[in-house]
Write a protein that binds this ligand. Structure first.
Ligand SMILES: [Zn+2]
Ligand SMILES: [Zn+2]
Ligand SMILES: [Zn+2]
Length: 142
C-alpha cells in the first residue's frame, strides 16, 4: 500500500502540489469504498467543508489516474473513479450501490495473438454485490 508521502511524491512529479485543502480532498477520495464521479466528489468535499473548486477535483483525478493510483470506470455515460493505492489488482464493481472491491487473485489467462505484445491489462467485473442482491428496494439504498 502506498503511504501518504509516496502519493505526495507521485503527485508532485505531475506538478500537482498537495495543499491543505487538496490533501483533505485526497483523504475523502481515498477513504471512499465507492467509485465517485468528479461531481459527486466535489459535492462530498463541500459537505465536509473542504473548499476546492470542481477544476481542482478534475485535476486531482486526472493526475491520480495518470500515476495509476486511481482507476476510471465509464458507466452509462458517466466517468467514475476509485482510489487504488496498491499493486496490480482487478475490481468487482456493483452497479447498484457503486461499491468497488479489489480482487487480488491471480490474473486470468487470455489467449492473445502471437504478434501482439501485451504491456498490461485491466480486468473489472461489473454486477450486483451481495448486499444489493438481498435488498429488494434497489438502487443506492445502503
Ligand atoms: Zn483498485
Ligand atoms: Zn451493491
Ligand atoms: Zn491482472
Amino acid at each position: 500500500m502506498l503511504n501518504r508521502s509516496q502519493i505526495k511524491a507521485l503527485l508532485n512529479e505531475q506538478k500537482f502540489r498537495l495543499t491543505g485543502e487538496r490533501e483533505a480532498l485526497l483523504d475523502l477520495f481515498s477513504e471512499s469504498s465507492r467509485m465517485l464521479s468528479p461531481a459527486q466528489l466535489h459535492e462530498l468535499a463541500l459537505e465536509k467543508d473542504v473548499k476546492v473548486g470542481l477544476t481542482t477535483v478534475y485535476r486531482l483525478l486526472e493526475v491520480m489516474t495518470k500515476t495509476g493510483i486511481a482507476t476510471p470506470f465509464f458507466i452509462e455515460g458517466v466517468i467514475y473513479y476509485v482510489f487504488c493505492g496498491c499493486d496490480h489488482h482487478h475490481h468487482l464493481v456493483c452497479l447498484s450501490c457503486h461499491q468497488v472491491v479489489d480482487m487480488h487473485q491471480s490474473c486470468p489467462g487470455v489467449e492473445v495473438p502471437d504478434d501482439f505484445q501485451v504491456d498490461h491489462h485491466r480486468l473489472d467485473l461489473f454486477g450486483t454485490c451481495s448486499v444489493c442482491q438481498q435488498s429488494s428496494v434497489g438502487r443506492g439504498t445502503h
